[in-house]
Ligand binder design. Sequence first.
Ligand SMILES: [Zn+2]
Length: 63
Amino acid sequence: MAFDDLLPGFLGLTSEPESAGDGVLHECRHCGSKFDAAPDRCRVCDSSEIATYEFAAGTTREE
Ligand SMILES: [Zn+2]
């Protein structure tokens, strides 16, 4: 399932640069690690609870 999700995004990078980078953030609910691409599991603590945040570029920041 995760692999299917990765492919369209991968191909989209070449034709739709607007979708690369800003707007989406994936964050582990357990340890708070952030990822550019949604991982199946957290690479840090192995939790499967990954939160996905979508926001307009520059409006929501939590750093
Ligand atoms: Zn984690």
